[in-house]
Design a protein around this ligand. Sequence first.
Ligand SMILES: Cc1cc2nc3c(=O)[nH]c(=O)nc-3n(C[C@H](O)[C@H](O)[C@H](O)COP(=O)(O)OP(=O)(O)OC[C@H]3O[C@@H](n4cnc5c(N)ncnc54)[C@H](O)[C@@H]3O)c2cc1C
Length: 479
Amino acid sequence: MRILHWFRKDLRLDDNTALAEAAHDSDHDVVPFYASDPAWFARPDMAATRVRFVLGALTELSASIAARGSKLALAHGDPAETVPRAARATGADAVYWNDEYEPALAARDDRVEAALRAAGVGVKRFHDRLLVPPGAVTTRTGGNYTVYTPFRRACEEVPIAEPHARVECLAPHELPSPRLATLERLGFAEPGSAAWPAGESHAHRRLQRFLGGTGREPGAGLARYASERDFPSVPATSQLSADLKFGTLGIRRLAHGVLAAAARDPRLAASADKYVQELRWRDFFAHVLWHHPHVEQGAFRPEFDRLRWTGTDADFAAWCEGRTGYPIVDAGMRELLATGLMHNRVRMVVASFLTKDLLLDWQRGERWFMTHLVDGDLASNNGGWQWAAGTGSDAAPWFRIFNPILQGMRFDASGRYVRQWCPELAKLPDAYVHRPWESPPLVLLEAGVTLGETYPLPRVDHAERRDQALAMYSAARAK
Ligand SMILES: Cc1cc2nc3c(=O)[nH]c(=O)nc-3n(C[C@H](O)[C@H](O)[C@H](O)COP(=O)(O)OP(=O)(O)OC[C@H]3O[C@@H](n4cnc5c(N)ncnc54)[C@H](O)[C@@H]3O)c2cc1C
């Protein structure tokens, strides 16, 4: 039996469910295939940095496959045509792939499956991306969970599957394996953000760095995760979100790596537990999108589609460019532009600021994130935005509004994060770095800060905007 493995967001040979099953079922007669789908590149919220990440990951995957006696077959076009064509051309009896849970991708996969079956080719689809696939956990009444904590508890009853062994042997074949397209040929300008090293080996390196090799080095992220993951200037998080998004790392390899480190050193237990809980947020939002696809278009709670946003385009531009006059917000937005990432705590702060201080629609922020994040993911991004805006399933209550000054003082007390991304404030004393407009004039002078010139005055008054936001939300709920 010959099997075509269709690579999608699973750009790896290790811990790849469909690929491992294909290697097993065909006794290693597996043809590796990637369908480059123009519809994906043409999405209006596509970010050049994500395309660059995928091209980097494909380059490495292609080399790994070549080292194993095969080559990565490539075709550009609608997968409902290119996948059956490739299967026929290589004489495959079946096509295997790992499932996606975004509505548009699931619908596309159904079309591809129908085309393959019509052509007499078998299809096997696998769960791979998440710790627990949609539908695997239900409430006592058979419904799906819309609140995180009971969802997590139910998921904790499902054992995390063991990782699959790396596939070492793939079939030689005659399908075309053209050179990968460049960003430019795909219609993207080189992104302004720094390149994020992409590919399976980089993902494993990031994982090892996070675990600290043996998991015991005191400086490693995992050792500090439970206590310091909320501090944006501390390298306590794994930075593996893009790897999980594009599948350069298997979720089982990651979860078991973290749990094994804790098994070796019980001091890591709290961190490992917290880390797996965070992975379950990723699962949670994927499940919410799967069961409630309307969240892609609007609020999970329809009453919040009635919110009357009054912020201006100029406010939005100031937020996007990191010129709001609130240092923690500006630092985060500049980090995003420079790196394609932003620390989770700061994502929450800037999202709250956009919606509840600038009174701008969360969907504008969601779109901006998607067009700039290297880890941009429909489910997690939508879930994060609806959480912060208070419109989501298990969201921060709509009346809880982050104070950007207090958030800065609490999570960046030394101002190290703000000073990194807003160097014009570097010389301000810690006491004023999160509220430069309250600095005595002499302090500003000594720090070389001229408000309104070298750094913006606060664009809005937080206390005033807080009251306006509460009134706006109350009005939407009352209608
Ligand atoms: C407004 C907003 C938008 C977001 N958009 C995205 C997005 O587009 N893509 C994305 O992957 N994450 C998103 N997140 C979640 C989170 O900010 C990132 O996953 C995290 O910052 C990635 O860094 P890390 O890998 O170092 O995280 P770690 O703390 O090391 O977490 C490990 C992994 O767990 C998952 N995870 C952690 N926290 C969350 C969370 N709150 N929601 C979902 N998954 C989580 C991620 O896959 C992450 O890589 C968003 C959060 C907010 C508040």
